[in-house]
Design a protein around this ligand. Structure first.
Ligand code: 4AD
Ligand code: MG
Length: 455
């Protein structure tokens, strides 16, 4: 017989005479003549209670079963006479699938620290908290595709292997087939030229936007920045929409609409899992999410943001001056203390932004925008792109970028160039936002950070 998932059993409309339930034992309690097993199969946060009468065979099986073991139970779904659950399973047969030695099984019934659980990232999805996190992650990924599908955006698969540094920050991982210590030159390497893991699919997404109109890419990106912060990982997922015939205001509209849609979707579709985070992880989670839904995001030019930061009495580690990049402490001050809600900062100095951003008329700032949210800081980075060939040429020269390397990118401005804009939304930072977890390592299944490549 096929198993029925616990989620379906718990949501059943009526009793079911014959079912098979399979899962991992969360607790076992023995009584006189019968035992209770609380089972979880990952399909939802809640366990199902199973009750099994003792027979000699079942007792022999039960003796080998403890927390963490996997079992299959055949029986029926009946209304539970006990408090706290509507349904329970009356087991007729019990089969141990996989033992878990209680002496060495690392997940005990107590609460474990996030740090401890990071050390056993292969087992942490079996805990309530991380089960909830990764169900939300899955739901959120699917909701992203739904959001774009409803808006008639096309999904483009941009390459992971690349020869160009989109952000120009030089934070790329090299990819090579050359043996260590071998004297071969780059020409003998696989691609005959330096290859890297992509930091962003933007440049390629732009090419597709200038053909299909509205597109997005959603995939893994890699950055070799040596920043050991609770908001950075070396491998993260990014959602990058790109819109043709669009400007910076359209770009900010899309980001705001998208964040609101996704927050709404998670509240509507992952209520139990979100509640766990609101109760145990971040007491301010619900008010934070409601603020996001109920208010229009503030839009603040960079120069005004600098003025606000300069005027406040608050002392910052990094002193504030026009021309600097905002640090997390500045970003968090703006959205947590000053405005107490998400906001966009836009029109940044050209000197701190990549080559592709559109030059403003002042010749000092570019049409860039960052979306800042409470507890995290930057969650979106985007811009209107420089569509004017001559201006782009001049900018690349100024920044010492090789026009030969970017010939194909420049071509898009040579032939039928149009105003266009896009952004990148960090998927793990979005998960931090909707769950309230304070460390990005807890929002990705197997985090990659400096000196951590386990699992
Ligand atoms: O601001 P970033 O660097 O923008 C770009 O890469 C653009 N090419 C995107 C575009 O316009 N298509 O990165 C975008 C977002 C950030 O706002 C942040 O949420 C996330 O990606 N991000 C990271 N998330 C986790 N770990 C890291 N090391 C991250 N670096 C950026
Ligand atoms: Mg950025």
């Amino acid at each position: 017989m096929k198993r029925t998932k616990i989620k379906a059993l718990l949501n059943a409309e009526s009793a079911m005479p014959e079912i098979v339930v399979k899962g991992w034992v969360r607790t076992k309690r023995d009584s006189k003549g019968f035992s209770f097993l609380e089972l979880n199969d990952g399909s939802c946060l809640k366990n199902i209670q199973t009750v099994i009468d003792h027979t000699p065979e079942i007792e022999a099986e039960l003796a080998k079963i403890g927390t963490g073991a996997s079992v299959a139970i055949e029986g029926e779904l009946v209304e539970s006479p006990g408090k706290g659950q509507k349904w329970e399973v009356r087991g007729k047969s019990l089969k141990l699938l996989g033992e878990a030695d209680p002496e060495t099984f690392p997940l005990q019934k107590k609460r474990h620290s996030d740090e401890f659980l990071r050390g056993i990232a292969h087992l942490r999805p079996r805990t309530n908290k991380f089960g909830a996190m990764f169900r939300i992650r899955s739901e959120l990924a699917q909701a992203i595709h739904k959001f774009f599908a409803e808006k008639d955006f096309f999904y483009v698969h941009t390459p992971v292997l690349t020869g160009s540094d989109c952000e120009g920050a030089g934070e790329m991982f090299r990819v090579t087939c050359l043996e260590h210590g071998c004297k071969s030159s780059i020409e003998e390497d696989f691609f005959g030229k330096p290859a890297h893991l992509t930091v962003s699919g933007q440049l390629e997404a732009e090419m597709f936007s200038l053909a299909l109109g509205d597109v997005y890419t959603f995939g893994p990106t890699f950055r070799a920045e040596n920043s050991n912060t609770p908001r950075h990982v070396a491998e993260f997922w990014m959602i990058e929409p790109e819109m043709a015939f669009a400007d910076l205001a359209d770009d900010m509209d899309l980001g705001e609409e998208m964040i609101k849609y996704l927050v709404r979707h998670i509240l509507d579709n992952c209520a139990d899992d979100v509640e766990l985070f609101a109760k145990w992880v971040d007491k301010s989670l619900m008010p934070t999410l409601e603020t996001i839904l109920e208010n229009e995001f503030i839009r603040l030019p960079y120069t005004e943001a600098i003025n606000i930061l300069k005027k406040t009495k608050k002392k910052f580690e990094y002193p504030v001056e026009w021309g600097m990049d905002l640090q997390t402490e500045h970003e968090r001050f703006l959205c947590e203390e000053k405005f107490k809600q998400p906001l966009y900062v836009y029109d940044y100095p050209k000197t701190i932004k990549p080559f592709y951003m559109r030059m403003n008329d002042d010749n000092e700032t570019v049409a860039a925008m960052d979306c800042l949210v409470p507890r995290i800081g930057e969650i979106i980075g985007g811009s209107q792109r420089e569509e004017r060939l001559d201006v782009l040429h001049a900018r690349m020269k100024e920044m010492d970028l090789s026009e030969e390397e970017y010939w194909w990118y420049l071509d898009s401005r040579r032939f039928g160039s149009v105003p266009h804009a896009g952004f990148g939304l960090g998927f793990e930072r979005l998960l931090m936002l909707v769950t309230g977890v304070g460390n990005i390592r807890d929002a990705i299944p197997f985090p990659r950070t400096p000196n951590h490549l386990e699992f």
